[in-house]
Design a protein around this ligand. Structure first.
Ligand SMILES: Nc1ncnc2c1ncn2[C@@H]1O[C@H](COP(=O)(O)OP(=O)(O)OP(=O)(O)O)[C@@H](O)[C@H]1O
Length: 406
């Protein structure tokens, strides 16, 4: 009995100790968690600002280090050199104040963005001296600086109906801004690939407009290639760098990679090399745009460094047994099929894989004009024979899809 009562006493004591142990354990856990959170809070509120401050101090020391100082000095020198270069064009181009541009774009408001490129962002702006302008604010890096200088060199000196007019520049502080005339019909790429809905519906460019655009690009390029004292190669011809004014007159833009040679200076570049490597590259670019205008195919994602994917796609397209299957469906059966096939032939010559076999832009321009005149004559005589046929609008006529400049 004594043994039993001893066991019972001990059993209740054991239970008591176990209970005490577990409540101590949970109390310890809560206490530990609470103190950890407090320590962490203290660390964040006190130590992080200190580390930031130290980092700032370190940066200040770095700024004062000779290496950093020489880098800054070199950058400043480069900027001074660039500013000296820019001042050479002072007489040719108007300077616009940063304040005026800021006001015209509502402080570079997102709603005014009309294009975002690798070198900067383009905004629509209403500057006082021109109805509307497009201002390209470039990023602050060497690539953008090169683009700025190239656009300035080309577009301040050379003016032509088929080049986008550069109206002004802004170089205040570290800003590099180009001010162009605003082109209300945007770029050709968006028109050809239905990215320009007008009042909710997409509009298609008819054949007359496409011919007008083709002629304008050919005129602009042949002018650049055979300008008297200089020759310019654009080197980036594509449908996205062709802007359209309110009458769909095409304007070449994006001269960031253009090259210029002086024809009076014989030693500058070997003329044969210049012709093959640069000028004929523009002819090829024009050929691709013409193919895009005729077929409606988007070739922009097919360009690799060697152009091999694009070449393959073009070869495949042109080897099609059914020629009609190649043509943009919206153009077939409108009475221009013969003209479209003649234009297709011109495009094929321009994209010849051997640069020397490609025609010059002047030849292309003459060919397109001749095709146009021949077809207009045929259409005119058709009209005399069949008075019920609607007259063909002339090349300069404005069309219904013209959009107000606002
Ligand atoms: N003068 C202009 N008028 C109307 N729209 C313009 C004008 N300039 C540019 N844009 C619009 O902005 C777009 C972008 O133009 P941008 O010159 O920045 O070409 P990008 O090739 O995108 O430039 P990046 O060389 O920086 O990549 C154009 O495709 C066009 O839609």
């Amino acid at each position: 009995n004594e043994y039993i009562s001893f066991r019972e006493n001990h059993g209740s004591q054991d239970k008591h100790w176990t209970k005490l142990g577990s409540s101590f354990k949970s109390g310890f856990e809560i206490g530990f968690a609470f103190s950890s959170v407090s320590i962490l809070t203290i660390f964040v509120s006190y130590c992080v600002p200190w580390t930031r401050l130290n980092k700032r101090k370190r940066n200040k020391v770095m700024m004062k280090s000779p290496l950093m100082a020489s880098l800054i000095a070199r950058q400043d020198n480069k900027r001074k050199e660039a500013n000296m270069q820019i001042s050479k064009f002072e007489k040719l181009i108007r300077r616009v104040s940063f304040e005026a541009i800021k006001k015209a774009t509502a402080s570079f408001d997102r709603d005014n963005v009309i294009g975002v490129g690798k070198t900067g962002t383009t905004y629509k702006a209403a500057l006082p001296y021109d109805c509307f302008t497009a201002v390209k604010r470039l990023h602050n890096n060497s690539h953008s600086e090169n683009r700025f200088m190239s656009e300035l060199m080309m577009l301040s000196r050379f003016r032509h109906i088929n080049l986008v007019p550069l109206l002004g520049i802004c170089t205040e502080s570290r800003e590099r801004i180009l001010v162009y005339k605003y082109m209300p019909n945007g770029n050709l790429y968006d028109w050809l690939h239905n990215l320009r809905p007008v009042k909710g519906e997409t509009k298609i460019l008819d054949w007359h407009i496409r011919v007008k655009i083709t002629l304008g690009i050919a005129r602009g390029l042949s002018w650049l290639h055979s300008y008297n004292a200089f020759q310019i190669a654009h080197l980036k011809i594509s449908s996205s760098c062709i802007l359209l004014d309110k009458y769909f007159e095409p304007k070449l833009s994006n001269f960031g990679e253009a090259m210029l040679i002086s024809c009076t200076d014989n030693s500058s570049v070997n003329s044969k090399f210049w012709e093959t490597a640069f000028v004929k590259e523009d002819v090829r670019g024009f050929g691709v745009v013409l193919l895009e205008l005729i077929t409606g195919v988007d070739f922009s994602n097919m360009t690799d460094s060697s152009n091999s994917i694009l070449n393959e796609r073009i070869d495949h397209l042109l080897s099609s047994s059914n020629s009609y299957s190649v043509i943009d469906k919206s153009l077939i059966g409108q009475g221009f099929d013969a003209e479209i096939f003649q234009m297709l032939k011109v495009a094929c010559n321009c994209v010849d894989s051997i640069p020397d076999r490609r025609p010059t832009m002047l030849q292309v321009y003459e060919d397109i004009k001749a095709i146009r005149e021949r077809c207009e004559q045929v259409n005119d005589s058709d009209m005399l024979m069949q008075p019920e046929v609607l007259p063909v609008p002339s090349e300069n006529s404005t069309v219904e899809i013209e959009i107000a400049e606002s």
